[in-house]
Design a protein around this ligand. Structure first.
Ligand code: GDP
Length: 593
């Protein structure tokens, strides 16, 4: 605190708007607004000097001091897969087997979650009766005297996000394939991810209890994919299971143990600590709580830990059942209290000899992370990207990403940052969850960025701002389409932009059951019109409930092509019957801009 009650913030000689915003914990928009109010027009990547920054911080309740060791720029750390380098440095003669760490991947609805539940309920390691297992991101089960660790966030989103941060904790992947559905797009993706990571795969052929299960067809598909089942002369173990009936689980665990034995999954419990953060969350009462998975060495209560840019002394440690423990050995998930900041999933952990060294390492990392952000960045719009690309001038495509949930954000971010080449790269200004707002558009306009939405809506004000500022907003609901478009944009090949336009809104007044169409919403068109060949978005309390095609549009007894404001109509929507009076139906069409 300074004398005038302002918080003190240390600033360098020059810094970007984004960096300043981060340092004083406000949105970059807030900083841009303050700059504008002071007659300075700046975009998020623009460098401003200390004096300007000091004025802005003052307005926002901070007192700026020039950074003391401004001239001692920290050496940027080469953060290649730290765990691998560290493991290679370990004395191999001291290695002993450790439990394998397993991640479950597979197509949506093929039963990843059900399988995790089924496995968990077979034998939670040393499972005490009635113990309520809390979700900490991992658990262990025992199979014939052998422990197996399962990461319980299924899907390759988490898997890829971890790898993107330089961690790799998974030793074996279980690829779940539903016997009634077979190999699907995400099965292929998951396989590609596991293969890229060099992790062995065991296939769980799930839902074999279903009458339409067709294991042979699925095995055929697996063979075509490159996963030839062992009973067909290949080397992939394909284990029929039913997560629902809880059958085949023992065989699956056996297959994991066999695979582990073939893979030499080793660690030195007395060696240097190497591990990764699996999950981290902020608890109001306890502060940051992080789940770690130790890969080598042993972590003890009282150890001084660095995880990414977070550091601290371990105050307490718990196993996956919430029981206090004093130490965590290799492959044993543990939650720890005592880190000062929230680390990120995938951060590599290290134990340091003293708090001072931990603090130094953590703050060096923070600074180099910021420096990475500080690199001068050029802002360009899509059209400019194309023009400049042709002229050979262009370097970066600025993007702002908004997605529905954290789980979809992370894989998109990690894939996006891998796109491009030496000449042209994606520069992600920021990626957040939530609908696209006016702020996003303002920021995009300030930095000539393109706004990308994944499973989110564009609010009214944002739509208006985008029109007046000529900001491109692109919406997607399929990740690979998004990737494809960004890749095209990077190559200057993006076709005309399609935009979603709400052409009408109707209020649901009553619900009717019909024999032919199921539930039909009786509506009054409040504004614009509804069109038979358009899509309907069912809104409740301002939230999107469903979106799909119109199955039927009627006025009185007649099928109609469109219906205008002020008229009443009956609307049936394909795949949705859960209307309630008070819902609002938005009618949307795609327009080429
Ligand atoms: P995820 O999306 O891969 O996590 O899939 P879920 O575990 O949520 O399962 C999707 C659906 O399949 C749910 O309705 C489950 O009840 C069902 N399901 C999962 N495993 C089985 C199984 O072995 N047999 C049958 N009949 N249904 C299953």
């Amino acid at each position: 605190m300074s004398d005038n009650g302002h918080k003190v913030v240390e600033l360098p000689e020059t810094l970007t708007v984004r960096h300043l915003a981060e340092l004083i914990h406000v949105s970059p928009i807030e900083v841009i607004k303050q700059l504008m109010a002071n007659g300075v027009m700046a975009n998020i990547n623009q460098q401003i000097d200390f004096d300007t920054a000091a004025v802005i911080t003052q307005e926002l309740g901070y007192e700026a001091h020039l950074h003391k060791d401004e001239l001692e720029a920290p050496a940027a750390e080469a953060e290649a897969p730290a765990w691998r380098r560290a493991m290679e440095a370990e004395d191999a003669s001291k290695f002993t087997p450790r439990p394998p760490v397993v991640t479950i991947l597979g197509h949506v609805d093929h039963g990843k979650t059900s399988l995790l539940d089924a496995i968990r309920s077979t034998d939670v390691a040393g499972g005490e009766a009635g113990g309520i297992t809390q979700h900490i991101g991992a658990y262990q089960v025992q199979h014939k005297e052998r422990l197996i660790t399962f990461l319980d966030t299924p899907g390759h989103a988490a898997f890829t996000a971890m790898r993107a941060r330089g961690a790799q904790v998974t030793d074996i992947v279980i690829l779940v394939v539903a016997a009634d559905d077979g190999v699907m797009p995400q099965t292929r993706e998951a396989y590609a991810h596991a293969k890229a990571a060099g992790v062995p795969i065991v296939v769980a052929l799930n839902k074999v209890d279903k009458s339409n299960a067709n294991p042979d067809r699925v095995k055929q598909q697996l063979a075509e994919l490159g996963l030839t089942p062992d009973d067909w002369g290949g080397d992939t173990m394909v284990v029929p299971v039913s997560a629902k009936k809880r059958s085949g689980i023992d065989d699956l665990l056996e297959a994991i143990v066999l695979t582990a034995d073939n893979t030499r999954i080793l660690a030195n419990p007395a060696g240097r600590v190497i591990g990764s953060v699996i999950e981290a969350e902020l608890d109001r009462a306890k502060g940051p709580i992080s789940t770690l998975l130790v890969q080598n060495g042993t972590v003890h209560v009282g150890d001084v830990l660095v995880a990414g840019t977070a550091h601290g002394k371990i105050r307490a440690m718990y196993d996956f059942r919430g029981q206090p423990i004093q130490e965590a050995t290799p492959s044993m998930p543990a939650t720890v209290l005592g880190l000062g900041d929230l680390p990120q999933a995938g951060d590599v952990i290290e134990v340091l000899p003293s708090d001072r060294e931990a603090r130094t390492l953590a703050s060096q990392r923070k600074l180099s992370a910021r420096e990475a952000l500080n690199l001068p960045k050029k802002a360009l719009s899509l059209e400019q990207v194309f023009a400049k690309f042709q002229a050979g001038e262009v370097k970066e495509l600025n993007l702002i990403l908004k997605a529905d949930v954290q789980g979809s954000l992370e894989p998109i971010v990690s894939s996006l940052t891998q796109l491009g080449n030496a000449d042209l790269k994606v520069n992600l200004l920021y990626a957040e969850t939530g609908n696209i707002t006016e702020n996003d558009v303002m920021l995009a306009s300030a930095s000539s960025a393109i706004v990308i939405g994944f499973n989110v809506l564009v609010d009214h004000a944002a739509q208006r701002a985008a029109e007046s500022e000529h900001v491109s907003i692109r919406q997607y609901d399929i990740i690979y389409r998004l990737m494809e478009d960004v890749e095209k944009a990077l190559k200057g090949l993006l076709g005309p932009e399609k935009r979603e336009v709400v052409i009408g809104r109707a209020d649901v007044r009553a619900i009717f059951s019909t024999s032919r169409m199921g539930k039909v919403a009786g509506c009054a068109v409040r504004e614009g019109e509804l069109r038979r060949n358009a899509r309907i978005r069912v809104m409740r309390g301002g939230q999107k409930l469903f979106e799909g095609e119109i199955a039927s549009l009627r006025h009185e007894k007649d099928d109609v092509r469109e219906i205008r404001q002020g008229f009443e109509c009956g609307v049936a929507v394909k795949g949705f019957e859960g209307f309630q009076a008070g819902d609002v139906l938005e009618c949307i069409v795609m327009e080429t801009v």
